[in-house]
Design a protein around this ligand. Structure first.
Ligand code: DAH
Length: 330
């Protein structure tokens, strides 16, 4: 008996243990064999024999169960150890993503104006006529409203064609002084080398009491900003027209590629147009119920900035998700 209990306690696998169970308690095992002998035991000794046998059976059963529990626990621990993943073992050549050049440029511009205490405002991509056009002094007959440029929805809403409607929303919901930028996605029905139907703009608006804000303020902020973005470039303001500003200007920088000598990118003019700006038209203030205010605004295309900063030739390549391009911005 002791011999079997020792064997059980020394079993080193569940398989060995199962064999021991068969050898002891199984149909042809030693315990049933003993029970079979009962019928030959003389009457008076039967009881003691049976008691002894039952004790042995109980001892073996308990020993088997206890050992089984231990071996199962060991097997589980081994399995867990085998399946454990050492996350530190991944090699460090794992490729990781990179911010898109448009996001990089957008973040840089936002950061610059946040440092100047401009608030960042947002507006809906699906706009209405009032915010996208009417309130911005774009009357019904203005060519910019032409179906050519604007994606209209059946319910007379439209996909905003610029971030300027955020000016209107901000003025309608806030008091002066206002100093804000509105970065975001805009949409136009256009697709060629220099146009995509979806692109990004950053709008800026500064408003305070009448005569507090002038074109000189605008000029100073923009010259500083363009130097921050493009380094030591010349900046020039060209008279222009926008319905929402008067006077209006387009701003050029000396070509970052040829330093003003003239090249293919600047069409041999030595200048690159980078944004539109002006002093807020009084009709815009009227549309939002502002009286005796002055302000300036400007709007820029983020893709254009990204292309000039990173020397990207084709606007459409920014939206082709080609990893060979994107990988260069890690
Ligand atoms: N909204 C104009 C556009 O999409 C850009 C612009 C020009 C915005 C002049 C302005 C501005 O705020 O003053 O082309």
């Amino acid at each position: 008996m002791k011999e079997w209990l020792d064997k059980i306690s020394n079993a080193d696998s569940l398989e060995v243990l199962e064999n021991l169970r068969i050898e002891t308690l199984g149909k042809k095992g030693i315990i049933p064999a003993q029970f079979a002998k009962m019928k030959d035991i003389p009457g008076p000794e039967k009881k003691a024999f049976a008691e002894n046998l039952n004790t042995q059976k109980t001892q073996i059963t308990e020993a088997l169960e206890a050992k089984k529990e231990i071996l199962e626990q060991q097997a589980l621990e081994e399995k867990l150890k085998e399946e454990k993943i050492d996350v530190t073992k991944f090699n460090n050549e794992l490729t990781c993503g990179a911010a898109h050049p448009v996001s990089l440029t957008m973040d840089r511009i936002i950061q610059y104006f946040q440092n100047l205490n401009f608030a960042v405002e947002e507006g809906p991509l699906v706009e209405d006529d009032f915010h996208n056009f009417e309130a911005l002094n774009l009357p019904k007959y203005h060519p910019a409203r032409d179906m050519q440029d604007t994606f209209y929805n059946k319910d007379y809403t439209l996909l905003r064609t610029h971030t300027s409607p955020v000016q209107i929303r901000t003025m309608l919901s806030q008091q002066t002084p206002i100093r804000m930028i509105a970065p975001g996605t805009v949409f136009r029905r256009d697709f060629d080398l220099t146009h995509t139907p979806m692109f990004h703009q950053i709008e800026a608006l500064v408003v305070d009491d009448a005569d507090k804000i002038s074109f000189a303020n605008l000029k100073h902020v923009l010259v500083e900003f363009l130097h921050h973005m493009f380094g030591d470039v010349d900046v020039r303001f060209r008279p222009s027209f926008f319905p929402f500003t008067e006077p209006s200007a387009e701003v050029d920088i000396s070509c970052v590629f040829c330093k003003g000598d003239g090249c293919r990118v600047c069409s041999h003019t030595g200048w690159l147009e980078v944004l539109g700006c002006g002093v807020v038209d009084q009709n815009v203030f009227k549309a939002v119920g502002y009286e005796n205010k002055s302000g300036y605004a400007f709007g820029l295309g983020v893709e254009r900035f990204a292309m000039l900063i990173h020397n990207i030739g084709d606007l459409r390549s920014l939206f082709e998700s080609d990893l060979r391009l994107l990988g260069q911005f890690k």
